[in-house]
Ligand binder design. Structure first.
Ligand code: DQA
Length: 140
C-alpha cells in the first residue's frame, strides 16, 4: 500500500519549536523512521508539508485515488479549518488525523477538532509514534 503523510502549519519546525511539547527530534529523522517502518512491512510512504491552508486542500484533492490512506497532522488548522474538513470529506481516500501531543490535556481551544468527524479516526498524544500508529491502523 501507499500512504501520504501530510503535515500542516508549523510542523516543519518539529525538533526546534516547543521541545517540551513536541520533542527534540527533527522532522527529517521522524520522517526517516516512518518511511522505514512502512518499507519494512512492504509499503511505501510519501511526505508533504505545507504552512498554507489552501495548499493542504490541494494536496488532499490530488491525493485522492493515488494513495490508500492519508495520515494528516494539520497542526493548528485542525481546530478551525472548515476548508480542510471539506477537502477531506470530498475525497474517497481515507484520512487518519494525528497529533503528536495530547491535545485533550492542553488548552481549551485545542480540545476541539473540526476534522475528526470526516476522518476515519484520530490518534493523539504518542509523539512521533502517533504517525506510526496511524500507519498501522491502515494495516489492520
Ligand atoms: C498538533 C497540536 C495542535 O494543537 C498544534 O497547533 C500543532 C501540533 C500536535 O501534533 O500535537 O501545531 O497538531
Amino acid at each position: 500500500m501507499k500512504f501520504l503523510v501530510l503535515n500542516g502549519v508549523n510542523l516543519n519546525l518539529t525538533g526546534k519549536r516547543e521541545r517540551g511539547v513536541y520533542g527534540n527530534e527533527s522532522w527529517e529523522n521522524i520522517e526517516g523512521e516512518i518511511a522505514a517502518f512502512a518499507r519494512e512491512r512492504g509499503h511505501e510512504a510519501d511526505f508533504r508539508q505545507s504552512n498554507l491552508e489552501g495548499e493542504i486542500c490541494t494536496i488532499l484533492q490530488e491525493a485522492d485515488g493515488k494513495y490508500d490512506g492519508v495520515i494528516l497532522n494539520a497542526g493548528a488548522y485542525t481546530h478551525y479549518s472548515i476548508a480542510i474538513r471539506d477537502a477531506i470529506a470530498a475525497i474517497a481516500t481515507p484520512v487518519v488525523e494525528v497529533h503528536m501531543s495530547n491535545v485533550q490535556a492542553r488548552e481549551e481551544f485545542r480540545k476541539h477538532s473540526v476534522l475528526t468527524g470526516v476522518c476515519r479516526g484520530e490518534i493523539l498524544g504518542f509523539g512521533k509514534n502517533s504517525y506510526i500508529l496511524a500507519l498501522e491502523s491502515f494495516l489492520l
